[in-house]
Design a protein around this ligand. Structure first.
Ligand code: C5P
Length: 409
């Protein structure tokens, strides 16, 4: 995907600049050409020689340097790239980009470029939270600039919170996502047009009595993002969702349910479809005999709840005979042996692909905005870099489109 692509990497003055050699290596490994601009601040944290050796290209730093200008010139520098990445992007460079200031090679190039720009902000938590930075970032995003990170965690300044630069592999993921989208829109805007998709999302609520229920902490973010991506690529998409705080995705027909049994019934009513993606966190059990009236405390022993197993929606859709979607995709949330467990789950459930995600507490997957997944299919396993849930969704929707197109031939 990155072979032959030209990335202009602008390294500004944050401690995270020391991670850029890693990003350059990963890009070079994938066949991308990397050219670096290093600001004065950036050069305090990483040497031009390191960037030059790894990128195998000259490192540019001076706007009015005779050699830099005669060899390249800031306009050519920005035009001879397919993508511009600013990493780390300090609060200062974001502010200068937002204001259109062009007083060094980095900002002049950013103002002159006609290419997509991706920024990876990195700064102290208060600086990131400051109204000025928020406003600058919002303005840049409204102009189409993409952002990856920052993440929450320990900061170099000793404080804790949002401001850590996204890891090199996440930045790589955002770069790959950009090129994948660009490649896709060049062959077709709507590769899923004419196809029908079904997605399950969110938790289920299992009633104990009319006011109490058993549930889980699923946010529904990944499932909703997948429904949105499938619809964006042209599929007529039905989203069957348990209760979430999320808005209905644009262009998607949403069926709101509470229990697993209602979810199954709504899914069956949506058939036939070409593809089903089961991303919901369906409760494994329900209360066998939910009370018709509120259970009273009444001073005695607490009630005991007898549970019954819920239907497995993924397995049911996978075994739906003639009504089976041509492609059935399940999810597996694991904390260890992620891939091995998913391989086993794929066979047990009878689905075609399992999207296995690592939900260990340190990954921030559960309820968070990022996801690191492995696609387990009959012919092997594909490991994806850490991506935003939106990028996972778009990449999955695109893969679904290619697979269904191949089946049709
Ligand atoms: O068995 P487990 O819950 O780990 O499997 C996860 C996958 O199965 C997810 O795709 C989930 O949506 C689906 N599932 C389902 N119905 C259930 C339980 C899980 O569709 N009752």
């Amino acid at each position: 995907m990155l072979a032959g692509k030209r990335v202009l990497l602008i390294v500004t003055g944050g401690i995270a600049a020391f991670k850029m050699p890693e990003l350059i290596r990963r890009l070079r490994e994938r066949g991308a050409a990397v050219r670096c601009i290093l600001t004065k601040g950036g050069a305090q944290f990483v040497t031009p020689l390191t960037l030059q050796a790894l990128s195998e290209d000259k490192v540019y730093s001076e706007l009015f340097s005779l050699t830099d200008e005669s060899e390249m010139g800031h306009i050519r520098l920005s035009r001879e790239a397919d993508l511009v990445v600013v990493a780390p992007a300090t609060a200062d460079v974001l502010a200068r980009m937002a204001a259109g200031i062009a007083d060094d090679l980095a900002t002049t190039t950013l103002l002159a470029t006609d290419k997509q720009v991706v920024v990876a902000p990195a700064m102290n938590v208060q600086m990131w939270a400051h109204a000025a930075t928020r406003a600058n970032m919002a303005l840049l995003e409204s102009r189409g600039i993409r952002r990856v990170g920052p993440n929450a965690g320990d900061l170099a300044c000793g404080e804790v919170g949002a401001g850590r630069m996204a890891e090199p592999m996440e930045i790589l993921g955002a770069i790959e996502a950009f090129f994948a989208e660009a490649a896709d829109s060049s062959f077709s805007d709507r590769p899923l047009a004419g196809l029908k998709a079904l997605v399950t999302s969110g938790p289920t609520y299992e009633a104990i009595d009319p006011v109490r229920y058993i549930a889980n902490r699923s946010s529904g973010k990944q499932g909703h993002a997948i429904a949105a991506a499938l619809a964006r690529l042209g599929a007529a998409t039905t989203l069957v969702s348990g209760p979430t705080r999320l808005a209905d995705p644009a262009g998607v027909s949403v069926v709101s349910i509470e229990s697993a049994r209602d979810m199954l019934a709504a899914c069956q009513a949506a058939l036939p479809v070409d593809v089903a993606v089961c991303a919901a966190a369906v409760a494994d059990w329900r209360v066998k005999a939910a009370a018709g009236a509120k259970i009273k405390k009444a001073g005695g022993k607490p009630p005991s709840l007898e549970l019954a197993e819920n239907p497995d929606i993924l397995a049911t859709l996978s075994a739906a005979g003639n009504a089976r979607p041509r492609l059935v995709v399940g999810f597996a949330a694991e904390t260890d042996d992620v891939v091995a467990n998913a391989v086993e789950k794929r066979k047990r459930k009878g689905c075609d692909w399992i999207v296995a995600n690592d939900v260990s507490p340190n990954t921030g997957t559960f309820g968070g905005d990022r996801n690191t997944v492995h696609i387990v299919a009959a012919d092997g396993v594909e490991n994806w870099p850490p991506l935003s849930k939106d990028d996972v969704a778009m990449r999955l929707a695109r893969r679904i489109g290619k697979h269904l197109a191949a089946l049709r031939q």
